[in-house]
Design a protein around this ligand. Sequence first.
Ligand code: KG4
Length: 338
Amino acid sequence: MTRILAIESSCDETAVAITDNGKLLANVVSSQVAVHKKYGGVMPEVASRLHCENIDVCLKEALEQSGLSFEDMDAFAVTRGPGLIGCLHVGLQAAKTLAMLYHKPLIPVHHLAGHIYANEYVGAFRYPLLCVVVSGGNTELVLMKHDLDFTIVGETKDDAVGECYDKVARVMGLPYPGGLPIDQHAKRGEHTYPLPEPLLGKDGYDFSYSGLKTSVINLVNTLHQRGEEVNIDNLARSFQDVAVGMIVHRACQAAQDFHVAQVVLAGGVSANSYLRAQMSERLKDTGIDLIIPPLWCTTDNAAMIAKVAEHLYREKVFAPLTLGVDPNWKISDFRHFD
Ligand code: KG4
């Protein structure tokens, strides 16, 4: 029997989860989105302060939900990176304090490994596995040949896809975070605005989003200058076709080239309805299995951190109490935390 308490605080969600032999007993998420909305993005200093205010409440609530106490835990897990440095510090200090007080191991977890392993709440992994990691801070294709083995086979050369959604939404006058509003408008629109397809004709599995972002910003500014109205539905559709099209094209190519048994979607942008539909369509009848995470798994939470921690606990990947955060931690380095 392994009981794990996990903490996640890498960005704007303070979260605590408790698992007992893989069973989720508590899953508490306190989101700060409403606060950051008025700034049009996450304000790092505000986010760190809110984590400080919320962490105790989340811990208490998680214990209540689980009916357990800190003494019942076998290990304390925490997101060590990547993320916002001040935010990561709050979660790490809390986890270190608990590990020290209750003399239990401290397990450092990579945030993106968390997004990937969230899919284990849906189904068992089959290897080789391709993970399509698409979020506000990352756009990566990660190949896993076996458990806890991560090789980045493709990544963005500039902006992350979620960041691009948020910036494009802003210029279109849509609220933050912009992914969902664009997704909703796109459903009502037609692809009428010609936008350049990044890395068109280039082989490989890398991505690029800054050119697409600039094209949309320039297009909107030009239309405004000419006094022409922007059709938000059509622009959302045109943008989404290109932004998601690149992910679908590259992911399916990689899945085929690496002969994977399964593909999983992970990260905030995996909530996108067009991405989900397109991936299902393209992989059907290929013999490649697709796991689509439930919506609660696509946003930051600590249940996903606990899931990775179970695997790390079995392999005794424990950190000393001198552990520091790493805002730029690479997933392929998840065993290195000196
Ligand atoms: O995983 P996440 O919280 O970011 C990081 O941890 O880095 O994902 C947040 C991102 C935001 O950029 C948001 O706009 C995007 O996910 N997002 C979406 C959708 N829902 C959220 N992007 C596209 N379509 C959606 N339906």
